[in-house]
Design a binder for this molecule. Structure first.
Ligand code: FES
Length: 163
């Protein structure tokens, strides 16, 4: 198992974060984002306990938060983690078709990663850009009013870079 625990520099950042809240537990969500940032986008085994100790809560409390929000992952995402909103506003504007197109193009379903580890797919709830539908989020970047043709072009470019 890889080493669990922040570097001194990240611990300094975490202490600054704790300083913004009345209790450490209130910083749990951003703290989990920091863990993911430091671990290639996921929460490897052992980090729940470490975070629970930092926030002075039980491991079950941390586990409950991780399993409630779909932005936290207990398995590694692909290099490009793709989220597609299919809520009603986006669904009416082609979000479902975009997700189906990605499923077909990548030959995976939401929750899975391609065999080469390049792409992972997730069906998302509202990504707070309903007026730009259909949209997808790739890692931290939003791509608005996306079309199947643009998706094909982008996937082709990523795969060509890898080759
Ligand atoms: S419903 Fe899709 S971004 Fe809001």
């Amino acid at each position: 198992m890889a080493k669990v625990g922040f570097t001194a520099a990240v611990l300094k950042e975490v202490n600054t974060l704790f300083g913004r809240y009345p209790q450490k537990v209130h910083a749990l969500l951003p703290l989990l984002h920091i863990v993911q940032r430091e671990n290639d986008g996921w929460l490897p085994p052992g980090w729940e306990t470490y975070v629970a100790e930092l926030c002075e809560v039980t491991v079950n409390h941390v586990r409950g938060v991780i399993t409630f929000y779909n932005m936290y992952r207990d398995h590694p995402p692909g290099k490009y983690h793709i989220m597609v909103c299919t809520c009603v506003p986006c669904g009416l504007c082609g979000g479902v078709e975009i997700l189906e197109h990605l499923e077909k193009r990548l030959a995976i379903h939401p929750g899975n990663t391609t065999a080469d580890g390049l792409f992972s797919l997730e069906e998302a709830q509202c990504l707070a850009a309903c007026d730009q539908a259909p949209l997808m989020m790739v890692n931290e970047d939003m791509q608005f009013r996306i079309t199947p043709e643009e998706i094909d072009r982008w996937i082709g470019e990523v795969r060509a870079k890898k080759a």
